[in-house]
Structure formats: C-alpha cells, structure tokens
Design a protein around this ligand. Structure first.
Ligand code: SF4
Length: 348
C-alpha cells in the first residue's frame, strides 16, 4: 500500500525530506519549505516594509524565486533587485550569468552585475594564473564580499540577502574551527550582519538544507545553475564539504550549525575602516587592499594566511609605524628581485 504524505494524509508521499526524513507529497514539500523560510524571515525580523533588498544571485538561484514569492504572498512590502558578481571565471560564471539574465526576465526584477575586472582590475582567471590553484579562493571570497557591498550601494539598497544555506554555514564553522579562528566563529553563524556602512546582510536560507533547495528547484523546474566552479576541486571548502556530506549520511542533523554557540566572553576585533579604500576593516588596511597590494606588486602571497608579514608587522608595532614598515618591506622585496610586475603597475 502506498505511503501517504505525513502532512495532508491524502496524497501519496513522493519526497523524503533530507532534513527530517519525513515522507511528503510534492505540494506539502513546497508548502513546508516556503513556510520555513517565511518563519526564518519573520521570527528574525529580517526586513521592514519599504526596504530595498538586493538578492545576491550569481547562479540564478532559488533565492530569487522564494523572495519574490514570499514578498508577493505575505506583503512584505520590499523593493527587490537582483545583484550578481562576475568573478571573471571562463566556463563557469559567464554561463551562470546567462541564467541570472533569464531570471531577470522571468521575475521582472532589475539586475545589476558587478565584475572583479572593473572593480579590482583583475579577473579570477588572471589571479589564478598569478597565484596558482592553492589560495585562489581566498582572493575570490574577500573580493566577492566587497563587490556585493559595492553593488548594493550602486543599487541604493539597504539590505543584501544571500543564498547561504545550512550546509554552507556548517562548512564555514568547520573551517573556522580547523583554522582556530575564534573571532569568526560567532559571526559566521549569525543570520544578519552589517556590511559596508548601513547595509545589512542576511541569510533567509540559514536553516534550509542544500539538498532540499536543489529538490525544490528540480521539482519546480526552476532555472537553476548548479555546475561547480572550475577552480573548486582544490579548495579548502571543497574538502570540508565532502567531510560534512559523509557526516550527513550518518547523522542529518550534523548540518544544522545552530547548536554551535560561542561563549560570550570571546573578544571580537574592533571594527574600523580601511585607511586606503574606506571599506570596513579591523586592521589598518582591509583584506582586499592587502591582497591587491600583493597582486599589483608581483607578490601575490603577501596577504595570504595568518602569518603574512603585514599582519605580523601590524601585530607587533603601533599602527602608523606598521604601515610605514609595510611599504618599506615591499620595497626591500622588490629590490631583492621580486619586483613589481609591469602588469601590476598598470593596476590599482
Ligand atoms: Fe571563487 Fe573558489 Fe568559489 Fe570558484 S570555488 S567561485 S574561485 S571561491
């Protein structure tokens, strides 16, 4: 005898929820998925009526569909925009941006695309040529975060929503534990943070499992781009993801990172602004400016890792002395044969 949906008890169950193991019919699965995201939004008071919200949608994701659906259904009163980042990855981002452009037509939402090439003078393809495949994601992550904030400012929006889901957060928690980065542990599980100046950044999919998002897109036949980045197989996050997928197979609740609580007495760094570009930073220079300094001077490893020279200098010297030393150190490196590349001189 066919198993009935545990919610409506009328239709035949055709979906087993990865999150709970419950057997549901498709319509009840859609309803439960949408209601859970709606509750995440309302319980955490993510928006207020009249907010201008940029949907970070680089891969034509389910987030745009859900935000549009819930905004219309529950009258959130939001002005929605699509915001995409073009990292300059041939064969990956150029394809996924085509999906986003189709989404713009389907949902009739304004679209803004910001590119690394325009903002930083470097595409990811060029950065990978310079730094290799080991640390490329460090550059990409730092630049993307800033690019989204800058795109949101261009759109004159108050708020960015990102598609980060429970799996993404679990991966970040694991990576921060393995790196011993206590300061980031608490911040990475927050549902809402503040970016550049007044822009809030939130995660309506914080409690949604990636498998359920993919199932939702598949059953709803949404225009969804799911190809992996060509540079991802070597990424640290990729290994963390594989590990968590193995854990999830044994214990699905391993994905929910909410149980992970940081003791309040952990001291977090003080937030200031970068002395060069004005972006938020807890150091004299923001991470993006440090990475760009290295790229432009032909020293791409300068800003990578915790023990980079700049951070050592900043940790040991008063701030203004540290900056002077930073630049004199670069000079010395140049004189030692690692001189600024011609390509680097042309860039910011
Ligand atoms: Fe960027 Fe790395 Fe993600 Fe590719 S895998 S999009 S290089 S962060």
């Amino acid at each position: 005898m066919p198993r009935l949906c545990v919610v409506c008890k009328e239709e035949r169950a055709s979906v087993k929820r990865p999150k709970t193991g419950e057997q549901l019919c498709r319509n009840c699965f859609y309803h439960v998925f949408e209601i859970e995201v709606h509750c995440t939004i309302t319980d955490n008071k993510l928006f207020k009526s009249g907010d201008r919200v940029a949907i970070a949608a680089s891969g034509g994701k389910v987030l745009a569909h859900i935000m549009k659906t819930l905004n219309d259904r529950y009258n959130y009163g939001l002005d929605l925009f699509l915001l995409s980042v073009d990292e300059g990855i041939t064969g990956y981002r150029d394809d996924s941006l085509e999906t986003v452009k189709r989404n713009q037509q389907q949902y009739n939402l304004p679209l803004k695309i910001v590119s690394y090439g325009e903002l930083y003078g470097w595409t990811m393809d060029e950065i990978v040529k310079e730094v290799g495949l080991k640390n490329n994601c460090t550059f990409c992550g730092v630049f993307r975060r800033q690019a989204l904030d800058r795109g949101a400012v261009m759109l004159n929006t108050d708020h960015i929503v990102t598609g980060h889901n429970a799996d993404d957060i679990a991966e970040t928690v694991l990576m921060n534990i393995l790196r011993g980065d206590i300061a980031r542990l608490e911040r990475c599980t927050e549902i809402c943070t503040t970016g550049d100046g007044r822009i809030r950044r939130s995660k309506p999919f914080k409690y949604a499992y990636e498998k359920e998002i993919v199932m939702y897109a598949y059953f709803k036949k949404l225009d969804y781009f799911s190809t992996e980045c060509v540079y991802s197989p070597n990424s640290y996050r990729g290994h963390a993801r594989t590990f968590l997928k193995d854990l999830e197979a044994i214990r699905p609740s391993a994905i929910i990172g909410e149980a992970f609580q940081i003791k309040q007495e952990v001291k977090l760094p003080t937030q200031g602004v970068c002395s060069r570009c004005g972006y938020m930073s807890s150091n004299e220079l923001c991470k993006a400016c440090v990475l760009l300094e290295g790229l432009n001077r032909g020293l791409p490893r300068l800003g990578i890792g915790k023990t980079n020279r700049l951070r050592k200098i900043h940790g040991e010297m008063p701030e203004n002395t540290a900056t002077m030393l930073h630049f004199s150190q670069l000079q010395i490196d140049g004189e030692n044969g690692k001189s600024e590349s011609d390509e680097g001189k042309k860039r910011r």
